[in-house]
Design a protein around this ligand. Structure first.
Ligand SMILES: Cc1cc2nc3c(=O)[nH]c(=O)nc-3n(C[C@H](O)[C@H](O)[C@H](O)COP(=O)(O)OP(=O)(O)OC[C@H]3O[C@@H](n4cnc5c(N)ncnc54)[C@H](O)[C@@H]3O)c2cc1C
Length: 384
């Protein structure tokens, strides 16, 4: 009996498990291993902050995944030995013939002095709920919101949260008592989508009186003084601090032989194969140089993890059962809520050469509903 092991049951892992369950015959066992046994839908976290979703609406147990021939193990991967084809977990060991790694990015607030327990982190369920409570209790003052360090997943999400908070404070009638300021280490908003889309995001921020400080990488937070200090220059005072924490990968990935120059796994950008023929990696755990080079690396986003997971799963099925190799094309689509029941939509080929061929559709009610439907369809399509 051959065995394919999938590490991580987030976007990439869940999609790969469904694809392999459909494609592989009964002579191959497929194991899906995830430390939490739950699948989360992070695009809904900004709605959680606004009080428009309850926590139980944005996750599903992996035991309800529509992948009938896949066995689920709720275990934490501790180490990966690519030479011995073995994963060690907190409950034992599992060997594999093919491995698909979709362990995502790990948030690391402890990497910045003064961050943990002070800055609100909207990037996980617990943090988003904590922020929702803080926003509800906020009566006025300075909101500093932004991104601590690069890289980070979903480049649109911090801007989306800023737009929604501006909307919330206006609806509540306290916007004139709230000063908002945005910081980011990026050279401009959404750099991977090109300068035209960056300018449009900048204009949306200006319309809402949210100044942006670019090229500001967080150095440390001084909670006593209520000030964020940046590496190169400057500082920003806050009464309410909201920041995307630094990202890294879990120890199993960091200590494996699969990484190179940092905690991420380099893969072939079309096949998703790593430096080992029998190991594929998809989603946030990877580092993928872009051909155009106007941003060095492909951004981290669920839409990419989804497309890459289908391709990696098909290539594993082809390795095992024969068939042509398939290639991922770099296409992506992303919604960005702006409040007032409206959203924008960005889409295009992130592997395009030359000037970015990515377009942003004008914010309207259509794209807000596009995101609502995507959430519903995602959870219904994947889970019983
Ligand atoms: C607020 C927010 C909004 C977002 N909005 C969008 C959006 O609108 N569009 C979009 O495309 N993307 C969006 N994203 C990004 C998207 O959620 C991620 O890019 C996507 O989830 C990446 O998928 P993945 O499979 O690589 O990792 P994940 O989905 O993070 O899955 C990783 C899995 O690995 C498991 N795991 C981790 N370590 C271990 C271990 N050692 N052992 C076992 N299991 C482990 C975790 O439990 C998790 O289930 C958003 C993200 C956030 C935070």
């Amino acid at each position: 009996m051959r065995r394919v092991v999938i590490l991580g049951g987030g976007v990439g892992g869940a999609v790969a498990a469904m694809e392999l369950s459909r494609r592989l015959k009964t002579d191959t066992e497929v194991v899906l291993l995830d430390k939490e046994g739950r699948h989360y839908f992070p695009p809904s976290y900004p709605w959680l902050v606004m009080g428009w979703r309850r926590p139980e609406q944005v996750w599903r147990p992996l035991s309800r995944l529509k992948a009938p021939h896949v066995s689920l193990r709720q275990e934490e991967a501790i180490s990966i030995d690519p030479d011995e084809r073995r994963v060690t977990t907190d409950a034992g060991e599992v060997s594999y013939d093919h491995l698909l790694i979709s362990l995502g990015a790990q948030l690391d607030p402890s990497a910045i002095e003064g961050f943990a327990g002070v800055a609100h982190n909207p990037y996980d369920l617990e943090g988003a709920m904590g922020l929702a409570r803080a926003v509800r209790a906020f009566r006025g003052g300075k909101v500093a919101i932004g991104v601590s360090r690069l890289p980070f997943k979903c480049p649109a999400a911090p801007y989306e949260i800023a737009f929604l908070l501006d909307y919330y404070f206006r609806e509540k009638g306290i916007r004139d008592q709230v000063e908002m300021e945005f910081f980011t280490p990026e050279p401009a908003p959404l750099p991977a989508a090109g300068p035209a889309i960056g300018d449009r995001a900048m204009a949306l921020m200006e319309e809402r009186e949210i100044p942006i400080r670019v090229k500001r990488e967080m150095d440390h937070v001084d909670p006593e003084a209520g000030v964020v200090h940046f590496k190169a220059e400057g500082q920003m005072a806050y009464d309410l601090l909201i920041a995307v924490p630094p990202h890294t990968t879990c120890e199993a990935v960091r200590r494996s032989k699969l990484t190179k120059e940092g905690p991420w796994i380099p893969v072939d950008r079309h096949t998703m194969r790593s430096s080992y023929d029998d190991i594929y990696a998809v989603g946030d755990v990877t580092s993928i140089p872009t051909p155009s080079g106007h941003v060095p690396l492909l951004p981290k986003a669920g839409v990419f993890a989804h497309g890459q997971a289908k391709v990696a799963a098909r290539n594993i099925a082809a390795d095992l059962a024969g068939g042509p190799e398939v290639r991922w094309d770099g296409y992506g689509l992303c919604f960005m809520e702006i409040g007032y029941g409206k959203g924008g939509m960005v889409r295009g080929n992130f592997y395009g050469e030359g000037p970015p061929s990515i377009r942003m559709r004008k914010p309207s009610r259509i794209w807000h509903w596009g995101k609502v439907l995507t959430e519903r369809r995602w959870l219904r399509k994947l889970f019983r």
